[in-house]
Design a protein around this ligand. Structure first.
Ligand code: ARG
Length: 658
């Protein structure tokens, strides 16, 4: 990356003898840090106001017409002045600067515009040099920014967490997409990140599954498609269990009627007893009991199902650029951990006995809204909540995390609030404060041609196929440009699913819209193509093609170091506008670390790509004079780099052709 010395020499050229850098800013990584520091210094000298007060008041503007940064006069907390007058006074006092224009006042706001030429000279080399790391800042994860030897903070991101032999529903899809993004985000901020998948892989239903496999399973099918086959088996056996329950009920009613008429019920009673002792439900209970007791034969088959499912799932996750450090799961929580937690809850009088079960009445620990929860059933078996409690302590011991993020649908808000409250109430406030639930809304109508989507793979296949269809619609391009259409369609389909998911605020519900997802030429009529999910991929491919075309026209361009291009040739408003946007990417990144919203990144990338699109007609590359061509190529290369960095942060794989 660019060093402070590089920046210092650039600033010397414009007559600044020092790099402005307020505490905890990174001017070599983030142009906005440099400009905020610079403006802060000048304002403090001019007004006598403390720099610490000024710095945080310099904010982004809603529109580029208002400046690159702006300050609301009242935020300076100076008393007894008319704020409009004060804004004017600030602007007048602001001295001549080599980096910033004379401020523009609007009401109580003071707007600052960066001078174009030095901004271009600073930012583009920064991007070219930093390349794939431009925008990210590994300093945020340092325990002590002034002493890197103290190491990095550690975050566990727990996400996706589907249930074995059950459908992978929309909640899991969103958790996967958002969690993958959050893990990348913390990594980009320099944290050590552990990606964890907490599988639903324990409970009586895995006894049911084992019984079902005995009856309906096929080794061949299991090998071919473990995820789908186990689900089929589970559906069949559950149906049988339900029928048995139904029949028990019917027979009992019949018995009651017969008894009223004083008729013989022995045969029927025998049938009921048979069903109750030999039926699926009872067998499954027994089977799960043997699993819980750690009986090797009972565990062997379950472990095989689990291992095979994980292997298959990891292949699907890989298509989404996701790899896990740990496949944990409810089955992995040790009895001792739950036992210890139970003792703690009892000792701290957080839990109590109620009709044979152990429960928590949250109103007794100052959280009435959280209701009541069972932590131990009458038969002594653990529950979803109990396992989560044990897991917190286990993970804290194993990883000493500084933060643990649960990426789980908002349907489980209560569950996680209860969990966090319990950890707090038993005396581990420090651990509780490290836990965070990142929730999200629902996906409506997630269906494919085969019906309601059940598996991640099906969703990805379907959208890939649809995308391929759309691509074939443009025959000329399809034949000339795309080398591996299948692979490209797959990547584009996956991107579209992800972009659609991440474009709104996490908490909002959205509609799964296959047509909209896969249309990228604006062929839906009213909608502008620049807001459609495949647009970012399209913009990236087009930027790649600009470079290819330049090399095709002037072959030795391939050997030119674009860092040597004469950037002073980039003066057109479109070029300047684009540079300003590229300069703000590192700040967008920081802001995303605060919002934890993928939409923060997406909104920026859409806007920036739009600026690129609208500049093509004004900033031609091929056909321009050589020096101009190289300067524009440098600009477009930077735009491609920023788009690429943003897309990878989101978990997308940028394509070079489409
Ligand atoms: N397997 C759960 C489900 O599908 C999600 C697990 C969320 N994580 C947790 N620690 N409870 O609903």
């Amino acid at each position: 990356a660019v060093t402070i010395d590089d920046i210092a020499s650039k600033l010397k050229n414009v007559g600044l003898d020092r790099v402005p850098a307020e505490p905890n800013t990174y001017p070599a990584l983030n142009p906005f840090d440099l400009y905020r520091s610079h403006i802060t210094e000048l304002l403090s000298q001019a007004t006598g106001i403390d720099k610490k007060i000024i710095y945080p008041t310099l904010q982004w503007t809603a529109k580029p017409e208002n400046g690159d940064l702006q300050l609301a006069a009242p935020a300076l907390r100076v008393k007894g002045k008319d704020m409009k007058e004060f804004a004017k006074e600030i602007a007048e006092k602001f001295p001549e600067s080599p980096l910033v224009q004379k401020p523009v006042v609007s009401g109580t706001f003071v707007g600052f515009f960066f001078k174009a030429a030095p901004l271009t000279q600073l930012v583009l080399p920064m991007i070219l040099k930093a390349g794939p790391s431009y925008g990210f800042n590994p300093n945020f994860g340092l325990r002590d920014p002034s002493d890197p030897s103290k190491g990095r903070k550690k975050a566990i991101v727990e996400f996706s967490s589907p249930n074995i032999a059950k459908p992978f529903h929309a909640g899991h899809l969103r958790s996967t997409i958002i969690g993958g993004f959050l893990a990348n985000l913390y990594e980009g901020a320099g944290w050590d990140v552990i990606r964890m998948n907490y599988l639903g892989d324990w409970g009586k239903q895995y006894g049911v599954l084992a019984i079902g496999y005995d009856l309906y399973g096929s080794e061949e099918e299991l090998q071919k498609n473990p995820v789908g086959h186990l689900y089929d088996v589970y559906v069949k056996i559950s149906k049988r269990a339900a029928e048995e329950a139904e029949s028990i009920k019917a027979k009992k009613e019949e018995i009651a009627q017969l008894k009223e008429k004083d008729e013989d019920t022995t045969a029927l009673e025998q049938e009921v007893r048979h069903l109750e002792t030999e039926g699926v439900d009872e067998q499954a209970r027994g089977y799960f009991k043997r699993m819980s007791d750690g009986e090797p034969t009972a565990l062997a088959i379950w472990r095989r199902f689990r291992d095979m499912s994980i292997e298959k799932m990891s292949q699907t996750y890989a298509r989404l650029n996701i790899r896990y450090d740990v496949y944990s799961g409810e089955s992995q929580v040790k009895d001792e951990s739950m036992q210890r937690a139970a003792e703690l809850m009892e000792k701290k009088q957080v839990s109590e006995l109620s009709e044979g079960s152990v429960i928590i009445d949250f109103s007794k620990i100052g959280a009435k809204k959280l209701g009541k929860a069972v932590v131990k059933k009458r038969d002594g078996t653990s529950l979803y909540l109990t396992r989560d409690i044990g897991a917190v302590f286990e993970r804290h011991e194993a990883y000493a995390f500084d933060k643990m993020i649960y990426v789980v649908a908002s349907q489980q808000d209560l569950h996680l609030a209860q969990l966090f409250k319990i950890i707090d109430a038993v005396g581990y406030k420090d651990i509780a404060s490290k836990l965070q639930h990142i929730n999200f809304g629902m996906v409506m109508g997630m269906s494919t041609r085969k019906g309601t989507a059940k598996f991640l793979n099906d969703i990805l296949e379907e959208v890939g196929a649809k995308m391929h269809e759309v691509m074939r619609g443009n025959a000329a391009k399809y034949e000339q440009q795309v080398e591996e259409p299948d692979k490209t369609a797959d990547v584009l389909g996956i991107s579209a699913v992800m972009v659609q998911d991440m474009r709104g605020k996490r908490i909002n519900n959205y509609h799964f819209d296959m047509d909209r997802m896969t249309s990228f030429e604006g062929d839906t009529g009213q909608v502008s193509p620049t807001i459609l999910p495949p647009y970012l991929q399209y913009a990236h491919a087009r930027l790649c093609s600009i470079y290819r075309k330049a090399v095709a026209a002037v072959p030795d361009v391939a050997d030119v170091d674009l860092q040597a291009a004469d950037l002073s040739l980039l003066q057109e408003p479109h070029a300047v506008d684009l540079v300003r946007q590229l300069a703000s990417w590192p700040d967008v990144f920081i802001n995303t670390v605060k919002t934890l919203e993928p939409a923060t990144v997406l909104t920026y990338l859409f806007r920036m790509s739009h600026a690129v699109s609208s500049s093509y007609d004004h900033l031609q590359v091929v056909g321009s004079e050589r020096e101009v061509m190289l300067a524009r190529l440098a600009l477009y290369t930077c735009a491609r780099q920023v788009l690429n960095n943003g897309m990878r942060l989101l978990g997308l794989s940028p394509v070079e052709r489409m």
